[in-house]
Ligand binder design. Structure first.
Ligand SMILES: [Zn+2]
Length: 119
């Protein structure tokens, strides 16, 4: 289990996108640290985990969660992460495609509502 740096909910590692920080090319170089999606979890270094969801990305940026999770100072460039999330299939039509793409997250109905009988 990992915690999404956006909404802070815990989720299975496979449901979250790993993000690593690519440091500036040269030490002392100005420019933002580039956040890079690592869907296979193979890249070395410290990683942050995020739902592949634009809302979680926005939350993480607002809370500066990437800087904390990745120990990165200064500005962060999340363009690549945004592009990765945008490229996910089914994100445009949330109602139908999201169910097919991610049924576990979409259909998390309260199981207790099944038993309406009272003792
Ligand atoms: Zn999240």
């Amino acid at each position: 289990m990992r915690t999404c740096v956006g909404c802070r909910e815990r989720a299975a590692k496979s449901d979250l996108l790993r993000i690593v920080a690519e440091p500036p090319i040269a030490a002392g170089a100005s420019g933002p640290t580039v956040l890079t999606p690592d869907p296979r979890g193979r890249m070395p270094g410290r990683g942050a985990h995020l739902h592949p969801d634009p809302e979680c990305l926005a939350l993480a940026e607002r809370r500066r969660a990437f800087g904390r999770a990745l120990r990165a100072d200064g500005p962060l460039d999340a363009t690549a992460v945004q592009a990765w999330i945008d490229a996910q299939p089914g994100r445009q039509d949330a109602s139908e495609h999201a169910l097919r793409a991610n049924p576990e997250r979409a259909d998390r109905s309260d199981e207790r509502s099944m038993s309406t009988q009272r003792p």
